[in-house]
Design a protein around this ligand. Structure first.
Ligand code: SAM
Length: 283
């Protein structure tokens, strides 16, 4: 029995390439035909349609249901707890002591962080483990401490919200953090070992859908730190630059935009580069 659909032709690929560029900002100019086919083959087979028919379905999809699935298929969600430990070390050494001092001196009663492109949640949770003590210091203030975590991929957001991880997922998490912030359920029968984030941490984080290409972001606050790592790397240059500027708009004065350690060489007009991948909003 045939279990796959015919590969996309160059013309069919061009239509999908334009679609992901226009709707998500992704740069598919370097041949991604195999990625398209690898990610969509099964879905097209299930629906019993070819690439042209699937494209038509997407552009006529008034319910947005198939578009949502399509975005879930084509986005790349690789992430891990404490990805690039140097970033977390830098936050621990440079930002947390200053925030702590401001709280102690009565100069601050609100902390806001944003994991922008959070995938399945590991980045936001890692940040919350590191800064949970600050949340404790602000516990008398309603909504004193909050982390926003956003992504376009709804399947990743559902997983992030559940906060249940397996043995492999938690390999970078230290024992003290595991003991303090996860509920460990050992394997039994055919159930695998799981580690679930405790509510104490989950309640600090709001997971929401957001497309970076949207004209207006439904966000009414400014942030002390925005982590946007391994996301805009996949974007077209001009789109990436516009989004950088938009993210800087969402920083409080003195706030930081942190990219991944490999995302260097960028210039952002409205912020000062203080490390190859870290920008500070100075006014
Ligand atoms: C490789 S993951 C990075 C996860 C995490 N920041 C990290 O560094 O481990 C990139 C994420 O960006 C999201 N993404 C891609 N295009 C997007 C868009 N237009 N709007 C919002 N999120 C997008 C993907 O769904 C994916 O979860």
């Amino acid at each position: 029995m045939q279990s796959s659909v015919r590969k996309p032709t160059d013309e069919q690929y061009a239509k999908f390439k334009a679609l992901v560029e226009n709707q998500l900002g992704l740069d598919w100019s370097k041949e991604k035909k195999y990625l398209l086919h690898g990610r969509l083959n099964t879905r097209l087979f299930e629906l019993g349609i070819n690439y042209d028919e699937y494209y038509e379905l997407l552009i006529k999809d008034r319910s947005n249901r198939e578009i949502e699935l399509f975005y879930n298929f084509v986005t790349t969600n690789k992430t891990e707890f404490y990805r690039e430990p140097a970033v977390f070390n830098w936050i621990r050494e440079n930002i947390i002591p200053a925030l702590r001092e401001e709280i102690v001196n009565g100069l601050r009663e609100k902390i806001r962080f944003w994991s922008a492109g959070c995938s399945t949640g590991e980045e936001a949770y890692s940040l919350s483990f590191e800064t949970q003590a600050l949340a404790g210091m602000l516990s008398d203030v309603s909504n004193g401490y909050k982390i926003l975590a956003t992504d376009i991929n709804t399947q990743a957001l559902v997983a992030a919200h559940k906060g249940i991880y397996n043995q492999e997922d938690i390999k970078n998490v230290s024992h003290p953090i595991l003991n303090k912030y996860f509920i460990h359920t050992p394997s039994s029968g055919n159930m695998i070992t799981t580690y679930m984030i405790k509510d104490l941490i989950k309640n600090l984080i709001q997971f929401r859908i957001l497309n970076f290409l949207d004209k207006n972001y439904p966000i009414a606050t400014n942030f002390d730190i925005i982590l946007c790592r391994n996301v805009l790397y996949y974007f077209k240059d001009d789109v990436r630059e516009k989004i950088f500027e938009k993210l800087i708009d969402y920083l409080s004065p003195g706030g930081y935009l942190i990219l991944s350690g490999t995302e260097t060489g960028h210039r952002i007009k409205s912020a000062t580069k203080i490390r190859p991948n870290i920008f500070k909003k100075t006014h």
